[in-house]
Design a protein around this ligand. Structure first.
Ligand SMILES: Nc1ncnc2c1ncn2[C@@H]1O[C@H](COP(=O)(O)OP(=O)(O)O)[C@@H](O)[C@H]1O
Ligand SMILES: [Mg+2]
Length: 184
């Protein structure tokens, strides 16, 4: 059921899945919020799916490879259905496994993988939610980038360097990439 994932104007008007992947604290949710506002301003139908929000709704979602894969496949399926109905979906999930991301890519028509890239040191320095501190103290295990894998995208459509860019610059880079497909 591998589908053609090539961007085309006609298809984009029918929906788009922007898949933000990266380490905890790399900037996925911050960028997702910013992008949401941009699309809203343009009058587009837009929806956000965010890892923390989904885990809040389904608190039994675990962090084993199996649990993470299932989580991503479920939300990826939802994203593909929203896309089918003409929505621009902004999905922000660590989604550490390449195969699970590719599974979602194959469900979608217009899947744009966005690597939200900051070094582990920078993410630790930011420690937005105090999670890296908890990892250090041993309170949290199976943490992506520390004692759990993060498989970087090999050929993402977009890679934003959030370590050296402002939020505005990263958002502008993404919007510039999408511009040809958002007209009309
Ligand atoms: N270019 C950038 N893009 C996104 N976030 C950035 C950027 N530069 C700095 N930040 C900061 O990094 C932090 C990222 O936190 P968050 O968005 O919660 O990460 P994640 O959702 O990936 O765990 C925020 O405090 C944000 O202001
Ligand atoms: Mg987040």
């Amino acid at each position: 059921m591998l589908k053609d994932c090539v961007l085309s104007k006609e298809r984009t008007e029918k929906g788009l899945v922007l898949w933000l992947t990266g380490l905890s604290g790399s900037g996925k949710s911050t960028l997702a919020e910013k992008l949401y506002d941009e699309f809203d301003r343009l009058g587009k139908k837009v929806e956000r799916l965010d890892g923390d929000v989904l885990r809040g709704v389904f608190p039994n979602t675990g962090f084993s490879k199996e649990a993470r894969d299932e989580h991503i496949k479920r939300v990826g399926f939802m994203a593909s259905r929203l896309e089918y109905h003409g929505v621009i979906v902004i999905a922000s999930f660590i989604s550490p496994y390449r195969a699970a991301r590719d599974f979602v890519r194959n469900l979608c028509k217009n899947f744009i993988e966005i690597h939200v890239k900051a070094s582990l040191d920078e993410c630790k320095r930011r420690d937005v939610k105090g999670l890296y501190k908890k990892v250090l103290s041993g309170e949290i295990k199976s943490f992506t980038g520390i004692d759990d894998p993060y498989e970087e995208p090999v050929q993402p459509e977009i890679s934003v360097d959030t370590e050296h860019q402002t939020v505005e610059q990263s958002a502008a880079q993404i919007m510039a990439y999408l511009k040809p497909y958002l007209q009309g």
